[in-house]
Design a protein around this ligand. Structure first.
Ligand code: AHM
Ligand code: MG
Length: 325
């Protein structure tokens, strides 16, 4: 059996297989917490904490954050880490030994937690560049990632990762408590027939986005339109479907909230790792104007418009946004 440790390629200067194994262990623990939530009256609902984004945190957000922070801090592999749930990046006690700068969203799709819909964790890995652990090391374009991936806590617990040599998925065997390689060298179809977006935001969309969704709904059998509509509201689940079946996921910039002119999703630990996986699978990821992986981050919790999936669908979206804004 191919183990995760044996499957992850080595990189110079740091033990990447061990880091991925550490993240998989965190995912295994979070999956158990997710599966047990509600039993005995605990685990579900809001924790009372409000995060840096002004969002009400769920109890499982806090649990997942604690697990990720604990395993990464004690791994000896991490120099600095940023989380959706923590305002400033943190440096583990032995960060000076760490070869990697890691950004993560410990529990993505929080609004779905209480309804037993698939949720997950997302991570992005950069090589440490600074001589000493330095939060600024995290503010580098996504094309510099040495690995990225996500876990899905759904009907199955899966870990999908890339370390620059394709995209692969391991599935947790609950009987053996082992990660089993189930999908190797995954490729996104060049074109799909699904459009995934929160249509409730359409009153605030820009003309290019409105045009694309109208295009996707237009009857044109020759090009497989109209596209079907699928939207879970958990990025990990929506992207995983897109990876397997093709199509496009969109969370565009809009005018809904002047405090969020770039849409909702965050660059460091949502858009950038998902874009890396998409490109590794032969797909594309764009803001509508530029490649996600070329954006140089200015802030740890920076937001970013995202169009990701089949390369021909993303290219069509880029055409409309460049023409119409
Ligand atoms: P979260 O990290 O707080 O859960 O927020 C990110 C999630 C994504 O998983 C998903 O794509 C998006 O928010 C859904 O947002 P909306 O409810 O506005 O459609
Ligand atoms: Mg998220």
């Amino acid at each position: 059996m191919t183990t995760l440790l044996a499957h992850v390629p080595r990189v110079e200067g740091g033990n990447l297989p061990a880091l991925l194994r550490t993240i998989a262990d965190a995912g295994n623990r979070i999956a158990r917490a997710v599966a047990r939530a509600g039993i005995g009256g605990g685990g579900l609902g809001a924790s009372g904490r409000v995060n840096i984004q002004g969002e009400a945190c769920q109890k499982l957000d806090d649990t997942a954050q604690d697990i990720f922070a604990e395993v990464l801090s004690s791994s000896g592999l991490v120099a600095v880490m940023a989380s959706e749930e923590v305002e400033q990046p943190t440096i583990p006690p032995d960060g000076a030994r760490g070869a990697f700068a890691v950004s993560f969203d410990p529990l993505d799709g929080s609004s779905n937690i209480d309804t037993n819909i698939s949720i997950g964790s997302i991570f992005s890995v950069l090589r440490r560049r600074a001589p000493a652990p330095d939060p600024q090391d995290l503010l580098r374009p996504g094309r510099e990632q040495v690995a990225a991936g996500y876990l899905v806590y759904g009907p199955r617990t899966t870990l999908t990762y890339s370390a620059g040599k394709g995209v692969h998925t391991f599935t947790l065997d609950p009987d053996l408590d082992e990660w089993v390689l189930t999908h190797e060298d995954m490729k996104i179809p060049a074109r799909g027939n699904t459009c995934s977006t929160n249509g409730g935001n359409s009153p605030w969309w820009f003309p290019g986005m409105l045009k694309f969704v109208e295009w996707a709904k237009t009857v044109d059998p020759a090009s497989g339109r109209p596209y079907g509509s699928r939207y879970v509201g958990s990025l990990v689940a929506d992207f995983h479907r897109t990876l397997l079946k093709g199509g496009i996921f969109l969370y565009p910039a809009d005018t809904k909230d002047p405090k969020k002119p770039e849409g909702k999703l965050r660059l460091l630990y949502e858009c950038s790792p998902i874009a890396y996986l998409a490109e590794q699978a032969g797909g594309a990821a764009s803001t509508g104007k530029e490649r996600i992986l070329d954006i140089v981050p200015k802030a740890f919790h920076q937001r970013c418009p995202l169009a990701v999936g089949s390369r021909e669908d993303v290219a069509q979206y880029d055409v409309f946004t460049n023409q119409l804004g």
